[in-house]
Design a protein around this ligand. Sequence first.
Ligand code: ZN
Length: 505
Amino acid sequence: MLSAKSMPDFLEGNNLPHIIPQPRKLKWGSSYVQLNEFKFESWNVPEHICGLYRNALPLNEQGGKLFKLTSTPSVKPEGYNLKIAENEISVCASDERGFFYALQTIKQLKLGNLLVCVKIEDFPQLAIRGFHFNLESVEMLDFNEVRRIIEMLGKFKINTLLLEYADKFPFTKHPAISSVAAFRRDEIQEFERLAKANCIDIIPLVQSLGHVRHVLRHPQYRYLLETEVEKLRREQFCPLKEDAFELFREMASEIMAAHPESRYLHIGGDETGSLGKCPDCASAAARYGTSRLYADYMNKVCAWVKSRGRIPVLWDDIISNLQYTEIADLLDKDAVIMYWDYWTTKPESPLLVARGTGYGVVHDKRWDGEWSRELQEPEKTVLAKFSKGIDLEKELAAGNYLKIFGRYLGRGFPKYVNAFPYIGFYRDKGFRVIGAPTTLGNGIDDTFGLPNYSRFLCNIREFSNKCVKEKLLGLVTTAWYNFPPEILSLGIMATAQHTWRGNTP
Ligand SMILES: [Zn+2]
């Protein structure tokens, strides 16, 4: 005879559900319950949250057992306590996200009408757990795909979407910039609604200086170009042309209006390799330096963003570039630094990203010889494909690099470098930092026709662990190349897992 305590056949053995991200504390019971025996009840929980539960679960108003939601201020932000027992199901949280995430966990546990008994205490390690959509590069992210992936982000408890439209926004004042494949206004309103329904904050990204090829390719805006560059995608505005700043403001205003609740605006600022090249900029740089040319413009952009009630965020690669180290002193400290590094895959890393040294990504040349047997994957492939072996101590000392950044490299230098060493530099300069690994960037790094997941997953994991350890604002995983959108799924789950858990047991 089937006793009330026995498990159904399909849950026996090792077939219990694997929840992503893994809850912090989880203790399985030895029985299961049927949801239609439970009646919904709530204490001090907003009606729209109660509605989510009622709609998602087959509860029964005539049920004899209680499914109870209780607002509990002692539960950590975004966290929840969930108890599924034979006679009662209880969810406690202190905020909307906590209740939403408890429901996501229940959905992952649910098998039809059945729930396995379990006790969970859960909360995230990082406040910002984000993913990046680059709508310009990932061409196949159409309306239905964006909708599907936003729902997926919510399901896995990711709470931030860095949304880069480039030419996919339906600009009113500058319609020429909008691609024929741009989203419609009603579609963008739907993104905004969906994000809110999935507890996701949107951070719009509007390039303010570099990477504005989608604007400059039109003849009427060509006069705003700094200089012709080899890599067209890196075409940039001239920071001294007032019309460029005005155009940025007009584009950003429309995008911010479409996302009225966003706290942050990402202003790009990366890979501006043509700094100081036009005659006006060259003369300015000769007078007061290229660092100030960049910092003055970015500070102007930041001041405007702040005047619109948003916090500016920018990419970090120019700020840690050895050629421009004064920028960190000159730049507005209210700006949040988004630190990208797509190569580091270990806490003690054989490689170092040393921009502005003339080398880029480097490692001690002994890794190519006497230490080579110690190398494992994915470092072995990353070093071979992306990094240059040099006499690190000698070459970096010669260029002043060690004088500025040496203190952040750790005791293992030159053999090993502390992963993501510029976190210390940015913090010492007074900035808040968000980490940015990638699930698809800096070379497709082809592995049998697929991205090199072993590199990307380790990059996401190590950067998440570091952000947790250093108590940073959070982490946003980037994705850059034009693959079918399904390719993003694994990176999304890795981001969810590691930003929620860090390296806690
Ligand atoms: Zn210029």
